[in-house]
Design a protein around this ligand. Structure first.
Ligand code: PBG
Length: 328
């Protein structure tokens, strides 16, 4: 490379056309997965106070949102349920209810759309009265009985028509168990998006309000979610999930873990996603509402950072707004 003054990097930044011409990374609507909270409360829409702009939706409203996503060109949505406290039990049995909120929403969306991927979380925490992602044996989360239940839950979701099942629990062996259960039942085309490197993070706080688990949750999730200090361990987690049959891998949270995304993409060359989680959303929205940052610029810049780090797409509550901006 030549040196200054022969090389002046500002030359290619001097005008809009030139910046566009040399831009290395672009963000498009195809990179977006819209994360949607659904509820069985009976109300059409309910605000989530810690996530300004996000509402829990009834099934009918979720169908409208899905149609909106399809019209905007968003490739896929991801559903997260808030169920009434009366349905929550120690073993999260509601996760296996084929007539439950999530399967019914999936069916309704599938009837109403034709070119929209439907991703569902495979998790027990929306359905447990203790808010953990597994079955408890005293103070412990029991791995193997949880995995068995998750595989059954994944089957229920696949039967309802889910295109992608996304286990978000961080139990050992769950991707393999889910893949085997799907294969046995003839659902070999259902994709698994694995929450492969999911960290025990403070950034999930608003989500636990959104799905109604924060009040009950005792302790934290550090015995199953990853320690925020670790990188090599993410490599081992992802290697296992790929070996067990994952089609796509995810890093969660997103912005505090861009280094993990970059390393995983490098190492595995797999379809790689980030989850821009509720706390990341809340931080941006709170600052924007105070007029402290330019909302649109910051949202689009945050989404671009995931692409630059190596992501193929981003799960984000900002998806419909970003899609609208990108279309302008
Ligand atoms: C748990 C789950 C969590 C999220 C998605 N699935 C939170 C947790 O692990 O407690 C977080 C999503 C967000 O913060 O936006 N199965």
């Amino acid at each position: 490379m030549s040196e200054y003054p022969l090389m002046r990097l500002r030359r290619s930044r001097k005008s809009d056309w030139s910046r566009r011409l040399v831009r290395e990374t672009v963000l498009t609507v195809d990179d977006l997965i819209w994360t949607i909270v659904i509820s069985d409360s009976g109300k059409a829409r309910e605000a989530v106070p810690s996530m300004p702009g996000v509402e829990r939706l009834s099934i009918a409203q979720a169908v409208l949102a899905a149609k909106q996503a399809e019209a905007l060109g968003i490739p896929a949505i991801a559903l997260f349920p808030h169920v009434s406290p009366g349905l929550k039990t120690a073993d999260g049995a509601e996760a296996l209810n084929a007539d439950g909120l999530v399967p019914n929403t999936v069916r309704a969306i599938k009837v109403a759309t034709s070119n929209l991927g439907v991703i569902v979380d495979v998790a027990l925490d929306p359905f447990t009265d203790h808010g953990h992602d597994g079955i408890m044996d005293g103070e412990r989360i029991d791995n193997d009985s949880t995995v068995e239940r998750l595989a059954q839950a994944a089957l229920v979701l696949a039967e309802a028509g889910a295109d992608v099942v996304a286990p978000s629990d961080m139990m050992d062996g769950r991707v393999g168990a889910i893949r085997a259960a799907l294969e046995d039942a003839g659902h070999q085309d259902v994709q698994i998006m694995s929450y492969a490197a999911k960290y025990a993070s403070g950034f999930y706080g608003p989500y636990r309000d959104a799905i109604g688990t924060s009040a009950a949750l005792t302790g934290d999730k550090r015995t199953y979610q990853m320690d925020p200090g670790n990188t090599d361990e993410a490599i081992r987690e992802v290697a296992l999930d790929i070996a067990e049959g994952a089609d796509m891998i995810m890093v969660k949270p997103g912005m505090p873990y861009l280094d993990i995304i970059a390393r995983l993409k490098d190492e595995f060359a797999m379809p790689t996603f980030a989850f821009q989680v509720s706390g990341e959303y809340a931080i941006i929205m709170a600052a924007a509402q105070n007029g402290w940052i330019d909302e649109r610029r910051v949202i689009l810049e945050s989404l671009m950072s995931f692409k630059r780090a190596g992501c193929d797409g981003v799960l984000t509550y900002f998806a419909p707004r970003a899609a609208q901006w990108l279309a302008e």
